[in-house]
Design a protein around this ligand. Structure first.
Ligand code: ADP
Ligand code: MG
Length: 857
């Protein structure tokens, strides 16, 4: 055998023996590459093999043990498949003790259970006889030296079960395993985000062109989006009359008629068209001088074979150097060679109950659908998978929580009634309901893990304060963390009444505020009080997270504006107690469908009712030329002693430009519009403490108008503020507009929100009209979800959701279906430990690693 191959085999075996710790070669496998490549060339190994080995081993050290194994197994297969090498390996007589089964090349992990990739521990170590369970049954055993890749199936037969015995196909194999993909193409594919076969299978087409529904040119109608096939009759370039622009023009004809097509600024297209002759165009039919035309349609040279073999053809995202035709051809190979052998992680039972097609068929049909219906079924199945795995993740997290013990805190009715009687108001129905939820959690024996949602001003604080009272009633401690000092101060002020007012069980010294600005001596006293258990309630900012802040018995944590904190920060605070109860609050209304998906690991309570007597903020849209009217309303309010916010439009380019614009606007308003009042200025580039100083001055009435960029949207209470003027309102999303509006109308007085879009026509903007129509944050959130998608609601939970390719988070039926099945699955197999759930368990581990200790994000 060639020495270079022998060497590889030696190292690969050694790695397998060592559990893939990358120490078979001193300094790691990549260290052998430079000498090995030379030897391999001297041995006359084919260049693609050399490239495959070196490109995969170069990054070997970065891989997990599992992936390393997959890499080596895949590489070895690749090598075995090379005819010249295969022949040699076959000839070679096995050395005693070297090979588990005579005649079989003992490469790492080569004798796994069929259809399933072995875990490192299961791989038969060389020199050791595999146990009977490990050893493949005769008909399933891969014949040595034979290509393990299945013979391409002649036709896509997606819904028929994969042929049995199931050949072992490595979905993690590098793209170079695909016929026709060499190192250069592999690089192109990498640009498109694909390095493995699996990634290619999951590279879903951007769209499909249905060639069975082609329209003859004669039947085209103005305004429709169509696909047309025709012959290029003429293609040329010219310079547009107006000036520098280059136009490529062509006339495309079919038997029924001809169509004029123009591309702007892509003169090279003319030449390509001349060469192509037959083309497929898709785009919108327009009209020019009474004739139908198309501008800038997507186009490609017609692939006759495709037209005849696949009526519905996939269209893929491309990159430089990768054409649609090549991509489609390659994807076809991938689908034919691999899709039928993909193991379906979903148990048969769920497939049946949820009416889902098996994964191999879904993966075939998402690319090369047999019919429209097949495509829909494939999309549905794969979208289900996306949501289902996320649901498994959140439910698993929930289980982690529920597996822990939490201290029980009872709150007898008579005692609670007495506490509630001390409040200056009666709780709303919604508040009572939420308080009941919280009380239930506190006696459940498990740590509470609850999200409290409620629009700005709905009265979340008092619920949190009651929860704190319950816990401190039994001598334990509670902490509230807010994202800014000014918010922490505000909570401290507003909670004092509830916590230490007349008849309270807590004294002034037992409720403390800890923020960055707290004097050092006081901080020290607070820390001592906490450690001794004398301080019962601590309200503050990130200052709470510092190492030297230690509690004697922390049992309840409240986090305000939860999206402003990272997972780690919440984790740090939680670790200051022993499985403390957790209540996180948010003023961003999250649509129900989304809350179920994103916060499925939490119990969610909603305050969906405002305290009585609260007047909705009166909202108006003003045309830009009506700005003076807005200013005069503000003047009138200022004269009565009230205050106003003026929000400066979002400037997308950069913070710096936004700052400049805000500074100029502030100067203009101060000098020209409100010379008799003091105006504050707030923007994102101010350091945090300056931002807070500006807010404090405004809160204290030192400045009467606050000119601000959108950074002002935190829950600060300025009861005297009655006007919110938003410039460039059309640029903001609904959720944000609603948040901004929530800054006013927090007192008894009538408040106004004035929306001035940048352009007059934007006054008809649907979002702005919705703002006028309703003050209900949930209604607006629903609308926002439909218009702009879920991104904005995800906050720090971005990760898993940004990867959804097919699932639509507004599709509540799909979400509920996936959730129902995930719940059922967990009910029957809480640990996902049944053999049929093994792959699901792996997926859950992969997307929701437990490194945050099961913490929510
Ligand atoms: P948010 O949910 O935005 O945190 P707050 O808790 O700050 O709202 O409450 C807003 C205002 O409403 C506070 O001044 C609070 O005292 C008052 N409030 C809360 N609950 C009620 C109620 N049931 N009846 C009357 N006023 C209430
Ligand atoms: Mg609040």
């Amino acid at each position: 055998m060639k020495t270079s191959i022998q060497k590889l085999r030696k190292y690969f075996r050694l790695e397998a023996e060592r559990g893939y710790d990358n120490k078979a070669v001193m300094g790691g496998l990549r260290n052998m590459l430079s000498s090995w490549e030379g030897e391999a060339r001297a041995d006359g190994l084919p260049e693609p093999i050399i490239q495959a080995v070196s490109s995969r081993l170069r990054d070997y050290h970065r891989l997990s043990e599992e992936s390393r194994k997959v890499t080596l197994v895949g590489l070895w297969r690749r090598i075995q498949r090379e005819p010249s090498i295969a022949a040699e390996l076959k000839e070679e007589a096995p050395t005693p003790g070297d090979s588990p089964t005579p005649g079989e090349a003992p490469t790492p992990g080569e004798a796994p259970t069929p259809g399933e990739s072995p875990t490192p521990g299961e791989a038969p170590t060389p020199g050791e006889s595999p146990t009977p369970e490990d050893s493949p049954t005769p008909e399933e055993a891969p014949t040595p030296g034979e290509a393990p890749t299945p013979e391409p199936v002649p036709q896509l037969a997606p819904e028929s079960p994969p042929p049995s015995p199931i050949p072992q196909v490595d979905m993690q194999a590098p793209v170079t395993e695909i016929q026709g993909v060499g190192p250069k193409r592999a690089q192109d594919l990498e640009h498109l985000g694909m390095t493995t076969v699996q990634e290619m299978l999951y590279n879903f087409p951007r769209r499909h062109d249905d060639y069975s529904k082609l329209k003859p040119i004669r039947d085209l109608e103005y305004g429709e989006v169509v696909t047309v096939i025709g012959t290029v009759k003429k293609a040329s370039t010219r310079t547009a009359r107006s000036g520098k622009m280059q136009l490529a023009e062509a006339i495309i004809s079919d038997k029924s008629g001809a169509l004029r097509v123009t591309w702007f600024n892509q003169p090279w297209i003319a030449k390509q068209l001349q060469q192509a002759q037959h083309v497929v165009l898709s785009g919108k039919v327009e009209q020019y001088l009474g004739r139908l035309t198309m501008s800038n349609p997507e186009w490609e040279a017609l692939d006759e074979t495709l037209l005849h073999t696949n009526r519905i053809a996939p269209v893929y995202a491309l990159t430089k150097g990768v054409g649609q035709r090549w991509m489609r051809g390659t994807m076809h190979k991938v689908v034919v060679d691999f899709a039928p052998y993909v193991a379906d992680p979903l148990p048969q039972e769920i497939l049946g109950k949820a009416s889902l097609i098996p994964l191999p068929g879904a993966l075939s049909n998402i690319h090369f659908p047999e019919s429209e219906k097949h495509l829909e079924d494939a999309q549905h199945r794969l979208a289900f998978d996306e949501i289902f795995t996320l649901q498994l993740g959140v439910l698993h997290q929930k289980q982690v929580w529920q597996g822990k013990t939490g201290r029980v805190f009872k709150s007898p009715n008579y005692w609670l009634a007495a506490q509630l009687n001390r409040l200056p108001f009666k709780l709303t129905k919604a508040q009572q309901k939420v308080l009941a939820d919280v009380r239930n959690s506190l006696i459940s024996g498990h740590p509470m893990n609850r999200l409290l949602q409620g629009d700005v001003g709905s009265g979340k604080t008092v619920v949190a304060a009651m929860a704190m009272l319950i816990v401190t009633h039994y001598g334990a401690q509670a902490a509230l963390m807010a994202p800014t000092s000014i918010l922490a101060e505000q909570h401290y002020e507003s909670m004092r009444e509830v916590l230490i007012g007349t008849g309270s069980e807590l004294s002034k010294d037992e409720v403390r505020l800890l923020i960055g600005a707290t004097p050092a001596a006081e901080k020290q006293a607070i820390r001592e009080g906490l450690a001794k258990g004398k301080v019962k309630v601590l309200i503050g900012t990130h200052a709470l997270l510092e190492d030297n802040v230690n509690f004697k018995d922390l049992q309840l944590i409240v986090i305000d504006e939860q999206h402003r904190f990272g997972v780690n920060q919440r984790g740090t605070l939680r670790r200051k107690g022993e499985n403390p109860h957790l209540l996180v609050m948010t003023a961003t209304p999250i649509p129900r469908s989304l809350a179920l998906t994103i916060y499925g690991d939490l119990d969610v309570s909603v305050i969906d009712e405002m305290p009585p007597g609260r007047q909705p903020v009166e909202t108006y849209i003003l045309y830009p030329k009506e700005r003076e009217r807005a200013y005069s309303l503000i003047h009138a309010q200022l004269e009565q002693g009230y205050q106003a916010f003026i929000i400066h439009p979002l400037v997308e380019e950069s913070d710096k430009i936004e700052e400049k614009a805000a500074v100029e606007e502030h100067a203009r308003l101060q000098e020209e519009v409100f010379p008799n009042y003091k105006l504050g200025l707030l923007h994102g580039r101010l350091p945090d403490d300056e931002k807070e100083a500006v807010m404090t001055k405004f809160r204290d009435g030192e400045t009467r108008v606050l000119v601000s960029t959108s950074v002002v949207e935190v829950g600060v209470d300025i009861p005297q503020a009655t006007v919110m003027l938003i410039e460039g309102a059309h640029r903001f999303g609904l959720a944000q507009l609603h948040q901004l509006r929530g800054r006013v109308g927090r007192g008894e007085e009538k408040a106004y929100c004035l929306l001035i879009p940048g352009k007059a026509e934007a006054a008809e903007n649907e979002r702005l009209l919705a703002m006028v129509k309703t003050n209900d944050g949930f209604e607006l959130a629903d609308l926002d979800l439909k218009q702009r998608g879920p991104g904005q609601f995800l906050g720090t939970r971005q990760s898993g959701y940004s990867e959804l390719q097919l699932a639509n988070l507004t599709d509540i039926r799909l979400i509920e279906k996936a959730r129902r099945h995930a719940q059922e699955l967990f009910k029957n197999d809480p640990g996902l430990s049944l053999p049929e759930h093994e792959s699901l368990a792996k997926i859950v581990k992969m997307i929701w690693p437990e490194e945050n200790g099961g913490d929510i994000s």
